[in-house]
Ligand binder design. Structure first.
Ligand code: ZN
Ligand code: ZN
Length: 218
């Protein structure tokens, strides 16, 4: 029963990737694959002698999926929500926007990834001997999902909510009212002790955000 979470903060937007490790079976999974994930985490997975089973992609923004293609294949399951399908299959469409704000990027940095398992609200799957539940939390973008592991009392909300903050809703496909509804109805309804591991910044908990998040009050 040795379950570990290791965080790596990577890329021009300081995006969090989480390596989930089942120490008993030496299998692992990755939540999000920011730019630099392949270079940093592939050797780490090898060094620890781990087998990668899956990628859990919280949403389609480039800073979360840039390196997903480098981990695909070999039976690796890739979970994501279909509402962001354009981000996964034709990321080059969004390249100009990122290239305008991040110096040094080229079109090579925008590689598509083949999602193997499209997930939606209420879906469950088993990974590393744990059950994961999917909650659809749009508002930051249409396809943001939260992956919830009840036994471990932890969840990965992507960019829907952060410690003391919330995701931007002014990007294409964003909607503030929808984000508020997602947070109240599908994040604040998780058990209070649930630890949230967001797409940026430090971990927090459902209790802390319900008590003190200044943007979305319970
Ligand atoms: Zn995002
Ligand atoms: Zn992000």
């Amino acid at each position: 029963m040795s379950f570990q979470i290791a965080r790596a903060t990577l890329g021009p937007y300081d995006t969090n990737a989480y390596l989930l490790i089942d120490g008993d079976t030496k299998h692992c999974a990755l939540v999000d694959t920011p730019p630099g994930a392949a270079e940093t985490l592939r050797p780490e997975i090898e060094r620890r002698g781990l087998t990668l089973d899956a990628l859990l992609l919280t949403h389609g923004h480039w800073d979360h999926i840039a390196d997903a293609h480098a981990f695909a294949g070999d039976g690796v399951k890739i979970y994501a929500h279909r509402a962001d399908i354009a981000c996964y299959e034709t990321p080059e469409r969004f390249a100009p926007w990122y290239m305008a704000s991040v110096p040094g990027l080229t079109e090579e940095d925008f590689q598509p990834v083949q999602v193997t398992d499209w997930v939606d609200e209420g879906d469950t799957f088993t990974l590393l001997g744990e059950t994961f539940e999917v909650r659809h939390v749009p508002g930051h973008c249409p396809g943001n999902v939260l992956f919830y592991c009840p036994q471990r009392e932890l969840a990965f909300p992507g960019d829907a909510i952060f410690a003391g903050s919330v995701g931007r809703s002014d990007l294409p496909g964003g909607d503030w009212k929808q984000l508020e509804t997602s947070i109240r109805g599908r994040i604040y309804t998780l058990p209070a002790p649930t630890v949230l591991y967001p797409g940026h910044g430090e971990p927090t908990s459902v209790r802390d955000e319900k008590e003190s998040n200044p943007y979305v009050r319970e």
